[in-house]
Design a protein around this ligand. Sequence first.
Ligand SMILES: *Cc1c(COP(=O)(O)O)cnc(C)c1O
Length: 394
Amino acid sequence: MNDFRPETRPETRAVHLPQPIIEGSRPITVPIYQTSGFVFDDPAVMADAMGRPDGAYVYGRYTNPTVRSLEQAVSGLEGGVAGIATGSGMGAINTVLLGLLKPGDHLVAQSSLYGGTAAMLNELVGRFGITVTYVPGDDPGALRAAVRPETRLVYLETISNPMTLVADLPGMCAAAAELGILSVVDNTFATPMLCRPIEHGADIVVHSTTKYLSGHTDVVGGLAVFADNATYERVWHFAIELGASADPFAAWLTLRGLQTLALRMERHCSNARLLATRLAEHPAVDAVHWPGLASHPSYELAGKLLSGFGGVFAFDLAGGRAAGERFMSSVRLALLAPSLGGVETLVLHPATTSHRSLSPEELRRSGIGEGTVRIAVGIEHPEDLWSDLAQALA
Ligand SMILES: *Cc1c(COP(=O)(O)O)cnc(C)c1O
């Protein structure tokens, strides 16, 4: 412990607590540094720390030792040079987009984006004078054709929600690099266990750590990982102003989840394979959209790019909207809930929930039908899950 100021009165000693200074051993796990700021002995060190991302710890909005541990862990898994942890996945996406774009800029985005991202891009168009062109995520030719002198970014998702289309990361990122544009990839659905976009040429990877990385449905968080230091520093300077920072306890929960990510992903993927295969043979089901099935349009690309086909997929009930609603109220083990990537199996009916703001035409364009169900497969025993789905289909 540091000195306990024995010369002071009780009122003062109660405020200035003894601080642990650990020598001769160290904690096994990363402790939660629940402090909003840090004390300096030297004003010059403090001044220096406020201006750069790799100085001493200074203030919780910049980073914190627990948060930094998470930033380095995920950056290391993705093969990046540094990361910025945020309070949500949207926080990470907005930190990157707002940190890199200015009015008049153009970006090319993959069609059928995560709903929050799609809504944010509409904001950028409506209020910030930024323009967006949508192209399929597996069409580098369409990307080349869409690029203009003022194009700054291409925005992709490794696996799309809920139709699980896989982006051609090598083709799209190579085209972007040739044209001098940064590529940003949302790798939430794949996680670095199934795909590491930086290895395929991405400049920035974003995550909703709310999902698989934390994995236990108990925390909201996000993270951006950078392939190079210059882009990281550019975004870092904006990030500390934006203030979308991660909380140390949320970072700690995410670190704890991360330790079992590899095991969980294996089980999510093998459970999804069993359910997708059996659903595809079920008479009440018209189609199953899981990239591990040979019938899926991304099957071949997924086989090359991913080391597993993921735990989220969609299937179309033959009975349309009524069947979708009936299914939702009949599942017992699978939970009717938003989000994904946790240990529990969750189901939702996009047409009446996550995608309810889309017109019938927009729904059709994103491939979502009235009877489409999205399932985020958990890590339960697969036969228990199948029994539940089978009784709900009956
Ligand atoms: C959930 C999600 C987000 C948004 O993350 P939040 O943590 O909810 O802010 C972004 N992208 C994808 C692919 C997601 O699934």
